[in-house]
Design a protein around this ligand. Structure first.
Ligand SMILES: Nc1ncnc2c1ncn2[C@@H]1O[C@H](COP(=O)(O)OP(=O)(O)O[C@H]2O[C@H](CO)[C@@H](O)[C@H](O)[C@H]2O)[C@@H](O)[C@H]1O
Length: 482
């Protein structure tokens, strides 16, 4: 199949979160499976490789006569042997950050991604790449399915093209004033009320949920949650209406980047039968975090600082947990209020808890390798990747039973024989404290049993080569081939 993969970020080029990891690994796996894949992302100035890629084409996005047309360049880079195209426009994408500054979203994000979505489709035609499938990801590209049925609906170039959208995070929906869509009158003035959020706003994600040929969430449990009032981010009804076209496909883990036996971002490599390297990683993590280098259990966490990640369950009980003989290292960036609160606890327990306010891939690898446990108490978690990395690194994940976390971690007390970590149910601070103490007790009281669970975890595999079959299935269904 010819697959056009449109996203806002791709790991190795530009990344703020897990969407980027998937937007790299999945196209690579689709290519390996024999498909012709092309990737398109906005030409952010943060992409350092830009200077090495030629501009291969240029165009303008034409709009109504009273507005000016919007110019763009198409630059070509590559991800391994996959062409990766950047849609460049200085005004929209040459900014210090991707989505906003000082924790405030750019006011014109709707306009920026509306432009990107329409320009991406126009660009693929200019490049002569006729996609069978346009694969969209999250709200940034969620207008594309609707554009394929409106602006490009009569265009013979796209006559056979079908669209799918992957929902990595349904909490971000891209809600903007209708006026921002001045360049896309077919959407701004649409008679389909279902795409609106109140009279004055358009909800990008709703456009995709209504118009995509198929929809998938990044885990089976999250697919079910989206159709529930509690987990549907206010869009449960929209998802329910498309129930027949929604499926859940668990993300894979990219073991090329995340395998402790080959990871060169960590100070010592190791594998499930020889954990000496892990001990060295722990020592270096403690040093790097300015914690005493000693044999206490280390609980790590790496995440965007948002409510989604459950920091608001952790904060009320963190001091209570820190009275025990433990060390905690959190690396995160995002919400300044959460950062400040974490910083305040760190000052109270300088020998036990360190909060590093940073976005650092190298630190993320060190925390995964050097910790004994990895905390993901998420409020919601569409799939989650760090728990998969943690499994591979023998760093037992402590997760809430939600979304993809529920699908990928087996709790020690529920199922000791198959256990790979610890799971708690209720979104409550004291439930989190309980599970942290359960984990601590196992570590302290039964090191041999801890090793056995660690071994189980390290042998667990979530392979993209498995998940890719489900994506191929979804594409075939979208195309009416099965
Ligand atoms: N401060 C920091 N420093 C360095 N690296 C950091 C970092 N903060 C986060 N990261 C990295 O970003 C990625 C986060 O991925 P997740 O899947 O856990 O969450 P995210 O919510 O961004 O993704 C959304 O999309 C993905 C992909 O589908 C879903 O798995 C997930 O549930 C959904 O919320 C990991 O690779 C992690 O190491």
């Amino acid at each position: 199949m010819n697959i056009l993969f449109i996203a806002s970020e791709v790991e190795s080029f530009v990344k703020t979160g897990g969407l980027a990891d998937v937007a790299k690994a999945l196209p690579l796996e689709l290519k390996r499976a024999g498909h012709d894949v092309r990737i398109m992302i906005p030409g952010y100035s943060a992409i350092t490789q830009r200077e090495h890629g030629p501009i291969v084409n240029a165009g303008v996005l034409s709009t109504e006569p009273q507005y000016v047309d919007v110019p763009y360049d198409i630059r070509q880079l590559s991800l391994a042997d996959i062409p990766l195209y950047l849609i460049e426009n200085k005004h929209y994408f040459e900014r210090p950050s991707l989505y906003g500054e000082n924790n405030n979203a750019y006011a014109d994000n709707g306009e920026r991604f509306a432009f990107f979505s329409a320009a991406a489709l126009q660009a693929t035609e200019q490049l002569g790449f006729k996609p069978d499938i346009v694969h969209c990801n999250d709200w940034h590209t969620a207008l594309v399915p609707m554009l394929l049925k409106t602006r490009f609906g009569q265009n013979p170039f796209f006559a056979q093209t079908k669209s799918v959208i992957t929902i990595h995070n349904g909490a971000f929906q891209g809600i903007c004033e209708r006026g921002q869509l001045w360049a896309l009158p077919e959407i701004r003035n649409s008679h389909n009320d279902a795409i609106y959020q109140g009279p004055y706003y358009i909800n990008f994600l709703k456009c995709a949920v209504l118009y995509a040929d198929k929809i998938n969430a990044v885990s089976p449990t999250y697919a079910k949650e989206l159709m529930s009032y509690l987990g549907g981010h206010g869009m449960a009804k929209h998802f329910q209406d498309r129930a027949e076209d929604i499926c859940g496909i668990i993300n894979g883990c990219d073991y090329n980047d995340w395998d402790p036996a080959t990871d060169h971002l960590i100070p010592a490599q190791y594998h499930s039968d020889d954990l000496q390297g892990k001990t060295e990683c722990k020592r270096q993590l403690q040093q790097r975090a300015n914690l005493p280098v000693c044999d206490l259990p280390v609980f790590g966490m790496v995440c965007r600082l948002t409510e989604q990640k459950g920091i608001h369950y952790l904060l009320p009980i963190l001091a209570k947990f820190l009275v025990h003989h433990v060390q905690v290292v959190i690396v995160g960036s995002g919400d300044p209020v959460l950062a400040q609160r974490l910083e305040a606890v760190a000052q109270q327990f300088p020998q036990k808890f360190v909060f590093i306010n940073a976005h650092s891939n190298e630190l993320a690898h060190l925390v995964e390798a050097g910790s004994d446990f990895f905390m993901m108490p998420s409020q919601f978690e569409p799939c989650g990747l760090n728990q998969m990395y943690s499994l591979a690194y023998g760093t037992l994940p402590i997760v809430r039973a939600v979304g993809g976390l529920k699908d990928t971690v087996t709790d020690y007390d529920q199922n000791p024989a198959q256990a790979t970590g610890f799971v708690f149910e209720e979104p409550e601070p004291y439930d989190l404290l309980n599970v942290l103490l359960r984990a601590l007790l196992l570590y302290v009281q039964d090191p041999q049993e801890f090793r056995r669970v660690q071994h189980n975890a390290m042998l667990t595999r979530y392979l993209w080569s498995d998940s890719v079959h489900s994506y191929e299935d979804m594409y075939r269904k979208a195309l009416g081939w099965q």
